[in-house]
Design a protein around this ligand. Structure first.
Ligand SMILES: NC(=O)c1ccc[n+]([C@@H]2O[C@H](COP(=O)([O-])OP(=O)(O)OC[C@H]3O[C@@H](n4cnc5c(N)ncnc54)[C@H](OP(=O)(O)O)[C@@H]3O)[C@@H](O)[C@H]2O)c1
Length: 97
């Protein structure tokens, strides 16, 4: 399955790496096309590990984990794009602190 992970922090990298280990394709998204943490994570996790913007990631994915701080979650989802999120399962890991 194609998974998207919005965010590049510890939570995002942990979930994304586990999904790769389970055999899924995973794109890690951030505000920029080539966030250094996402690039490094992709280099360390093989061909199934991809990176891009929040919008690239939402468009690519069938299921999506939101792994940014709660205070940034709505902004990240807005940048992901309503049309790219429509009809997909979204798992929100955010804590609003
Ligand atoms: N559910 C659980 O069990 C659990 C456990 C621990 C933590 N959490 C929660 O998981 C979330 C992630 O934690 P973390 O420490 O891994 O996160 P983090 O490192 O702080 O997250 C960094 C990500 O937030 C994005 N970001 C920063 N400012 C933004 C903005 N203004 N708009 C949109 N995106 C922005 C960054 O994007 P750029 O890369 O573009 O800078 C980066 O990808 C938090 O809400 C935390 O409380 C949940």
């Amino acid at each position: 399955m194609k998974y998207g992970v919005l965010g590049t922090g510890d939570v995002a990298r942990t979930i994304a790496s586990k999904l790769i280990e389970l055999g899924h394709e995973v794109m890690m998204g951030s505000r920029s096309e080539s966030n250094p943490s996402a690039v490094l994570w992709a280099e360390q996790n093989g061909e199934q590990a991809l990176y891009g913007t929040f919008a690239d990631t939402a468009k690519f994915s069938e299921r999506i984990f939101c792994c940014v701080h709660g205070i940034h979650a709505l902004e990240a989802l807005r940048m992901a794009g309503e049309e790219n999120l429509a009809g997909k399962i979204l798992i929100d890991q955010s804590i609003l602190i």
